[in-house]
Design a protein around this ligand. Sequence first.
Ligand SMILES: [Zn+2]
Length: 452
Amino acid sequence: MTCAGRPHLGAPLGTRDYIDTFVSEKVDQWSGDLKLLSAIATTQPHAAFAAFSHGLFCKWSFLSRTTPQVSHLFQALETIIRSEFIPSLTGQPPPNDSSRGLFGLPARFGGMGIRNPVTMSDLEFSASRKICAPLVELILERRNDYPYECLVVQFTAKSAVQQLRREQASHSVEELKGSLSATSRRAMELASEKGASNWLTSLPIEEFGFCLHKGAFMDALALRYGWSPSNIPLHCECGAIFTVEHVLSCKRGGFPIIRHNEIRDLTATLLTEVCHDVLIEPDLQPLTGEVLARATAVKTDGARLDIAVNGLWGGRFERTYMDVRVFNPHAPSNRGSSISNCYRKHENEKKRAYEQRLLEVEHSTFTPLVFSATGGMARQATTFYKRLASMLAEKRDHSYSSTLCWVRSRLAFSLLRSAIQCIRGARSSIGHAIKSSLPIDLVNAEAQLRLS
Ligand SMILES: [Zn+2]
């Protein structure tokens, strides 16, 4: 029997030839789409990446799950991904094997989720077969119900498949680490942190500020993978050699303060939606004889923290103070420590400075909000934003998971834009002189006006 609806396929329906011809036709069509997307990526890389990961990729992913032994037919797609799509997206030459492996990892493991269609095909098919086995049995038995036991079996199979994928990804990460430089390894660890990849996996929605132009997208990838951004000066305005490590901390231009204030203001704005009495930079009460045992405690009059809020953790009048710190994980003071130790160190510094005074004088609690400039956050900040997302979800009548994802994306984009500003922002007016036809010397101008 030949397929009446597909006379061009020729071979009898369901035979190996039929399947191969059908898949080859699909691959030809997707190859054309992929080439077009590669051309778009040269001017709109963020939109092209979203179209790939949320659209085109899902097409051959579905075919892989439902059609056995077709992996060899996907080679044409992998060739275009490697030679055209990734170079257009990253502005880098075609990747070698280890770089290709890195880009193929899930975003939460530091990759970009651009999986190799050849190697993923058979794995996807066997995983799908395991998950769908109970449904196949029901269909063969001609059942029209969906018993609870079947749901449990499917859920267990799905969990096992997800666990297997995690283990495979972890194994690939360990293998890749051996072939990467120390800088790339550190960048990969930072990119694997929770929240550090939300800018990459979010849809580029302009309304939320989630859309990056081509330069920003390339800089974001350079920061993520430890590459040197393109077209940067040799020296910073302060005289130091211009490196990402330096400019993320350089105070010239005030960018670290802008980065800190951005996180503070975003957090305070979200808090005003769900809490009472939100204040930015509230003054602490002056000490009038209280003795703070900790030598590192801040004891000065006029001390202030970043945010104060009522009703966050407990009762309506229970006050919580927060202080934001965004540290540079590439700075010499942090470079030698593991990421978790960096977070602990900065959290403890904040707590040693303020916690005792807040507990004993203000009768309030303290939550340090510590971030890495690359998008990750410390343990207490994670707990805080989960609480905030839970309150926002209840207020807006949205799901907790989608609200938390949105909050993390907002924070990730704020930190990313701040980091890009540190690289691209003007630190001096030298070379940016504003030529005005208006008189700048107001005294002389006024005199001239009187004379005339
Ligand atoms: Zn500098």
